[in-house]
Design a protein around this ligand. Structure first.
Ligand code: SF4
Length: 364
């Protein structure tokens, strides 16, 4: 059946339910079924997809939600030309610029994240690539400090990695997880960036995985891509066997070439979350930038569509809603933050444990 034929009404809901049951029973979707899901238009069929997305999320991940935060570890002036990005030197934006942050700033970000009951804090740098040299030495020092403090899992998003030794050094410094988005489908990628390729991004993820790091990769929805592109992205992520998949929804930044793009309707966003969950039942599906702008009062429906994670605290160049509102939303839904025992348990003897992990957290 052609994907352009829309599922609608009771028949559409039945077909979506069949697909949802198939995933819940542990049978992966076919590519054709995935395409059909991403193409849904009928609100009733979308609601049905959300129901099954939620069932799969709760079966695989329970009621504990992975919370992560980011800190802009090196801001602005990036020589890559990513058309969505406020930090690209190609675009005239009001985004901040600064060099790599020092130990005190990392410590403060970690303490804030712990106070927000966050599981992982990622150091994010606006540069194209991390190579052997003094910058890598400094990055590894910050990662090691973060790992020694132990209030949160140390993650990072530090651009492309072309040398396997770079990934190995990050792992040795104590990094747990490397984040590097595919951003969009292979076919659409040249429309959003011309200074590096989709394959460059795949290679980075391969080096990180081979170094023993967990890998986190997702994309940005709403950059003018088609529904088929979203399905292609989900499929490419599925083939990578990821641990975490962040989904961002474009918040167009003035001064970037994407500034004039229209916002996605909330129902389309919720369908996208449900479809990603049904294609990718196992990884944590984390909703990141754009949710407050686009979903507004419907944000809690992210979790009723299959999300199992949330980025809390501010984004790289835009503000998020206060973390307290996110924690209240989880509590209202009967969900709770997930804290990884291996990270938050006391440090082994002989290592500086830093502040006790739970001491800085509010009671649940
Ligand atoms: S590589 Fe990262 S920081 Fe640089 S322009 Fe692209 S998205 Fe922005």
């Amino acid at each position: 059946m052609d994907c352009s034929q829309r599922w609608a009404g009771a028949d559409g809901c039945r077909e979506v339910a069949d697909i949802g049951r198939q995933v819940l029973d542990g049978q992966p979707l076919t590519r054709h079924q995935a395409s059909r899901l991403f193409a849904l238009e009928d609100p009733e069929a979308i609601a049905e997809a959300m129901v099954w997305g939620q069932r799969v999320a709760r079966l695989r991940h329970g009621r504990r939600i992975h919370l992560c935060s980011i800190v802009n570890a090196k801001a602005g002036g990036c020589p890559e030309d990513c058309r969505f990005c406020a930090q690209s030197a190609f675009h005239d934006t009001a985004a901040p610029r600064h060099g790599f942050i020092d130990s005190a700033e990392v410590r403060q970000a970690a303490q804030e994240a712990a106070a927000n009951r966050v599981n992982a804090l990622s150091l994010v740098a606006a540069w194209p690539e991390l190579r052997e040299g003094p910058v890598l030495d400094e990055v590894c020092a910050r990662v090691a400090e973060l790992a020694a403090q132990r209030p949160v899992r140390p993650d990072a998003s530090l651009g492309m990695i072309r040398q396997p030794r770079v990934a190995a050094r990050l792992r040795e410094a104590g990094l747990a997880c490397y984040h590097h988005n595919l951003e969009t489908s292979r076919g659409y990628f040249p429309r959003i960036c011309t200074t590096h390729t989709f394959d460059d991004r795949l290679r980075t993820l391969r080096h990180a995985r081979e170094a023993g790091l967990r890998i986190c990769s997702g994309g940005i929805i709403g950059m003018g891509e088609s529904r088929a592109d979203r399905c292609d992205l989900a499929w490419a992520l599925r083939e990578l066997g990821l641990d975490l998949v962040p989904l961002n929804f474009l918040n167009p930044i003035p001064g970037t070439p994407m500034a004039g793009l229209p916002p996605l309707p909330p129902l389309e966003i919720l369908l996208t979350i449900a479809a990603f969950r049904l294609v990718l039942p196992d990884p944590q599906l984390i909703i990141a930038a754009g949710r407050t702008v686009h979903l507004r009062d419907l944000q809690c429906l992210m979790f009723l569509a299959g999300a199992s994670g949330l980025m809390v605290g501010n984004y790289l160049t835009t503000a998020n809603q206060p973390a307290g509102r996110d924690l209240q939303m989880l509590q209202d839904l009967g969900l709770e933050p997930f804290l990884e025992a291996a990270v938050h348990e006391p440090a082994p003897p002989g290592k500086d444990p830093g502040p006790p992990a739970e001491a800085s957290r509010p009671p649940p």
